[in-house]
Design a protein around this ligand. Structure first.
Ligand code: F0G
Length: 399
């Protein structure tokens, strides 16, 4: 076997065709690890379609598993006007269900079906549930989603409804919903699809592959952090490329949290290893409204190993960032993604990221995910009789 599933706490090793989401020790997170990295070069991937499965040698799903795909990954890398001279935005909102979750879901759903799962379950602030229900539909699995009631953006909820998910709203926050999902999975009732699932990480790491293949290794990669699966996945993938000799240096990572849900940014600022979790997280960026990031240890390690930082941004900074990206660059992202852009701007203002540095900022989700926040920005708007339109526009143009 080329790869195995390891527990990062007790070290137990499982075969990749075992139905392991969490190690039975109950303490650590499971991780897919290569026993030996496959021999690949950039030429191995050349000529293939862009997307997650371009890098199939580095995604060690069982060889006889039929792949469940909607064409995820291969998202645009767009040069921005600022805030550094070389800032590129990786627009993950261009994925099939409008967020980066599809990268992990194509791999985890492939494995779920291979393992004979009939139902899949996740807790979600919205995007995971939207993505999981689409991939479950494609694979013929039953999707069950557990949501923090009243805190999921309309676009994401609409997707879950459309794809026929069974929706369980809980009176509590995401962290409590996740505990419930873990219990459902531990009872053997459904296969868990949150980022605790090591196969989700295997798909999500490909965002880093695409960035470095397209622009070379940037000085920084900036991304939003909620449950901390994505930053862990990004770092795992980059280290694999480094070990395989495909890149010669590693970027620094900047993980951005919303101030009302920023246990990692606060711990980083105070120089402490153990974060103080937030019992009542609150932010306009509901995607990252998470007080107890399950992958916090990995995220801390990733940021420290990379020589990077955590930073936090206020809701006001997030909304300003969302508006700026939309109006200066034509790119509509959801608030959690705007947090990364706002964080980048802040780090440049603080002099932590230099104006000449090469930066990739990951915009994790599309603006339409949260139409209510998108529509809340001020813009000139009128309601008039049809006969009055020309006069109105004449007045506006001459102003
Ligand atoms: N950006 C968006 C748009 C997200 O939906 C999420 C997480 C993140 C960033 C943070 O990623 O959790 O890996 O650190 N959304 C999850 C969900 C929690 O349920 O959709 P993370």
């Amino acid at each position: 076997m080329r790869a195995s599933i390891y527990c990062d706490e007790c070290g137990t090793v499982h075969e990749i065709n075992e139905k392991i989401v969490m190690c039975p020790c109950g303490k650590g997170l499971a991780e897919v690890r290569f026993d030996e990295l496959p021999k690949v070069s950039w030429d191995t991937f050349k000529g293939r379609h862009w997307g997650v499965w371009r890098y199939r040698e580095l995604i060690p799903v069982p060889t006889d598993a039929g792949i469940v795909s909607l064409g995820e990954g291969g998202t645009p890398l767009i040069k921005l006007r600022g805030p550094t001279r070389h800032t590129f935005l990786k627009f993950e909102g261009a994925n099939p269900t409008g967020s980066f979750k599809d990268r992990g879901m194509t791999v985890a759903t492939t494995v779920a079906r291979y393992l004979g799962a009939r139902a899949v379950v996740c807790a979600s602030t919205g995007n995971t549930s939207a993505s999981m229900s689409a991939y479950a539909a494609r694979a013929g699995l039953k999707p069950i989603i557990i949501l923090p009631e009243g805190k999921v953006a309309k676009g994401k909820l609409a997707q879950a409804v459309l794809h026929g998910a069974t929706i369980i709203n809980v009176k509590g926050n995401f962290d409590q919903a996740l505990e419930a999902a873990v219990k459902v999975s531990a009872e053997g009732l459904a296969y868990l699809m949150n980022s605790i699932n090591p196969w989700r990480i295997e798909g999500q790491k490909t965002v880093g592959f695409e960035i470095v293949e397209e622009m070379g290794v940037p000085d920084w990669i900036v991304l939003p952090v909620g449950n901390a699966g994505n930053i862990s996945a990004l770092w795992k993938g980059l280290k694999e490329l480094y070990t395989a000799g495909l890149i010669e240096q590693l970027p620094r990572l900047a993980g951005i949290q919303a101030s009302g849900a920023a246990p990692l940014a606060k711990a980083f600022k105070h120089g402490v290893e153990e974060p103080e979790f937030v019992d009542k997280p609150e932010t306009v960026a509901t995607a990252i409204r998470i007080g107890r990031p399950v992958s916090w240890k990995r995220a801390m390690r990733a940021v420290r190993e990379s020589g990077g930082v955590f930073e936090e941004v206020s809701d006001e900074e997030i909304l300003n960032g969302q508006r700026e990206l939309a109006r200066n660059e034509g790119i509509g992202v959801e608030p959690a993604s705007a947090a990364a852009y706002a964080g980048l701007r802040k780090l440049v203002d603080e002099g932590i990221i230099g104006k000449d540095e090469r930066v990739a900022v990951i915009a994790t989700g599309h603006a339409l995910k949260d139409p209510e926040v998108a529509a809340s920005h001020p813009t000139p708007s009128f309601s008039v009789r049809p006969a009055d339109v020309v006069t109105l526009v004449m007045g506006l143009i001459s102003d």
